[in-house]
Design a protein around this ligand. Structure first.
Ligand SMILES: [Cu+2]
Length: 167
């Protein structure tokens, strides 16, 4: 029985040897496959990282959007004065500025085409429609860095104007 087992094991061994000899080629082939798999795996993990980054960026911009609501300009003082409060404001590029109708309306916002960064189209920014109800609001997003001056058309003569610096 032992000799048979030995006799059986010899071909098996040589068979293993043959496999081992054949293995380098097979290893190259399989390691190529194996190498490709990690590449794919790392590519997809990079993709996951990017998704993570994108999600982080998205949540960051959500945070920005949330903090942007803090950049609020009241139209008309609490005491009924004709002005924008605050009359000057500094924001980051892309931050949203909310104009809220307060008192002594109607008000509007017209950006001065002679006092905005070059290339900026004031028609895209101005809100010429009058705000007639308290609490009415609209948003303005300024993307080009620089200083923007604006005024309220009905109250320009009374000095109702403001400026926003975008950095
Ligand atoms: Cu006004």
């Amino acid at each position: 029985m032992a000799s048979i087992a030995a006799a059986v094991s010899v071909p098996t061994f040589s068979g293993l040897k043959a496999e081992t000899k054949a293995a380098p080629a097979a290893k190259v082939a399989s390691s190529t496959v194996v190498r490709m798999a990690p590449v794919r795996a790392s590519a997809s993990s990079d993709a996951m990282k990017n998704v993570g980054k994108a999600l982080f960026a998205a949540s960051s911009s959500l945070l920005l959007a949330a903090s942007a609501n803090a950049a609020t300009v009241k139209m008309g003082g609490d005491d009924g004065a004709l002005g924008f409060y605050p009359s000057s404001l500094s924001v980051a590029a892309g931050e949203t500025i909310t104009f809220v109708n307060n008192k002594a309306f109607p008000h509007n916002v017209v950006f001065d085409e002679d006092a905005v960064p070059s290339g900026v189209k004031v028609d895209d920014l101005s809100h010429e429609d009058y705000l007639n109800a308290p609490g009415e609001s609209f948003n303005v997003t300024l993307k080009t860095p620089g200083t923007y001056e604006y005024y309220c058309e009905p109250h320009q003569g009374a000095g109702m104007k403001g400026s926003i610096t975008v950095s």
